[in-house]
Design a protein around this ligand. Structure first.
Ligand SMILES: [Zn+2]
Length: 346
C-alpha cells in the first residue's frame, strides 16, 4: 500500500509500505480520503510544525475518512464495511458524550500524523490505518465520504467558536482569512447564531467559498476594499499571520472578542497589545478540538453547502501536486487526497 511520508525539509515522498496487522485492541480502516491541513504543509516544507520537529520518517494526515476493513477478535466495533470518520486524537472522548472534556489539552496524548511524540504518531495518508474502536465515528447515511473528510477541520472551527461562548449569538462577526479553516469558521459562526458574518481575504477563490457556506458580506482586500474599524462584536483570525491579527484588533469593537484560530508563528510577536487593554478586548486561544467531532459529522450531514469547501481531489500518486495546490490559496480551499478508490464515486 502507499503512504505519504515526509523525510526532511522539502522531501515528501509517496512510498510503498507494508500493510499493518490489525491491532489486538482495535481495527484497520481502509482510508478513502485525507484532507491536507496547514500543519501538513508545514511538515512537508520545513519538516517541522511549530515546536515539533520531524526526527524520523513521518506519514502525514489527520483528517481522514474511510471504511472499516478488519476488526480484531473480541473487539466491539462497527462492523466491516461501515463508513467512518477517524478521531485523530488519543485519549479519545467516547462518541456522543460530552464528558470527559479537556482531553485535548492533557499532556502525553497522541494525534495522527504528528511529530509531537517520540516515536512520532504516524498519520492517515496511507492505505490501511490501525486505530482503536473508540476513534471511529460512523457516518450517517447520505453523508458522502468526500464531504465527511471535513469533519476534523470543522470540529476545530466549532471548538474555536465555542470558546467565544454566548458572545456569538446575534453577533456581527468578522472572519479574517477565508481559507478552509476560515470558511468552516463562517459556517460554525452561523450555526452558533451569529447575525451577520463578514469574510475578508486577499484572494477571490476563498471569498467565493466563504460566500457559499454562509458569509453575508465579502471583503476583497487586494481589490482595494478594507475592513471597517471597531465594527464587529467578534473577530476570528483564521489566517495565522500577523497582518491579519492586527486587522482583527482594529476591527473589533470596544468590549468585543477576538478568537485566534489560525496558527501563529512561534516566538515573540510584535502585536499592538495596548489596544487590547484600552478597548477591553478579550483574546481567546484555541487548540485542535475537544468533543466537537460528533457535532461536526452531524452538521456535515445536514448542510450540503459545506461540500463547497473541498475544491480539489488528487490521487495519492499525485500527492506532490496536491500539496502544491493546497499551498496556493488563490487556487484552492481544502485539497483532499484520494488514498483508495471511493466506493461512492460515480
Ligand atoms: Zn487539520
Amino acid at each position: 500500500m502507499k503512504a505519504v511520508v515526509v523525510h526532511a525539509p522539502g522531501d515528501l515522498r509517496v512510498e510503498e509500505v507494508p500493510e499493518p496487522a490489525v491491532p489486538a485492541d482495535g481495527v484497520l480502516v481502509r482510508i478513502i480520503y485525507g484532507g491536507i491541513c496547514g500543519s501538513d504543509l508545514h511538515y512537508a516544507k520545513d519538516a517541522r510544525n511549530g515546536p515539533y520537529t520531524v526526527t524520523e520518517p513521518l506519514t502525514l494526515g489527520h483528517e481522514v475518512v474511510g471504511v472499516v476493513e478488519r476488526v480484531a477478535e473480541g473487539v466491539q466495533a462497527p462492523p466491516v464495511g461501515t463508513r467512518v470518520a477517524v478521531h485523530p486524537a488519543t485519549p479519545t472522548a467516547p462518541a456522543g458524550q460530552s464528558e470527559p472534556t479537556g482531553l485535548h489539552l492533557r499532556k502525553g496524548g497522541t494525534y495522527l500524523g504528528s511529530a509531537s511524540t517520540q516515536p512520532h504518531t504516524q498519520g492517515g495518508l496511507t492505505g490501511l490505518l490501525p486505530v482503536t474502536a473508540g476513534q471511529l465515528r460512523p457516518l450517517p447515511d447520505g453523508l458522502p465520504l468526500r464531504r465527511a473528510v471535513l469533519a476534523e477541520p470543522l470540529a476545530v472551527a466549532l471548538h474555536g467558536i465555542a470558546r467565544l461562548g454566548s458572545r456569538v449569538q446575534g453577533a456581527r462577526a468578522l472572519v479574517s482569512g477565508a481559507g478552509p479553516i476560515g470558511a468552516l469558521a463562517v459556517a460554525a459562526l452561523k450555526h452558533a447564531g451569529a447575525a451577520h458574518v463578514t469574510a475578508a481575504d486577499l484572494q477571490t477563490l476563498p471569498l467565493q467559498v466563504a460566500g457559499k457556506v454562509g458569509a453575508d458580506t465579502l471583503i476583497h482586500l487586494s481589490a482595494g476594499e478594507s475592513v471597517p474599524e471597531e465594527a464587529f462584536d467578534v473577530v476570528v483570525e483564521a489566517a495565522g499571520v500577523l497582518a491579519s491579527l492586527r486587522t482583527a484588533i482594529r476591527a473589533v469593537r470596544p468590549g468585543g472578542a477576538i478568537l485566534q484560530l489560525g496558527i501563529l508563528p512561534a516566538g515573540d510577536l510584535p502585536v499592538p497589545l495596548a489596544d487590547i487593554v484600552a478597548r477591553e478586548i478579550a483574546l481567546f486561544g484555541t487548540q485542535r478540538f475537544d468533543i466537537e467531532l460528533d457535532v461536526a459529522v452531524q452538521l456535515l450531514a445536514a448542510d450540503e453547502t459545506l461540500a463547497a469547501v473541498v475544491t480539489d481531489v488528487f490521487d495519492i500518486n499525485d500527492a506532490q501536486e496536491a500539496f502544491a495546490r493546497a499551498a496556493d490559496s488563490s487556487k484552492s480551499s481544502k485539497t483532499v487526497i484520494r488514498v483508495s478508490a471511493d466506493p461512492e464515486a460515480l
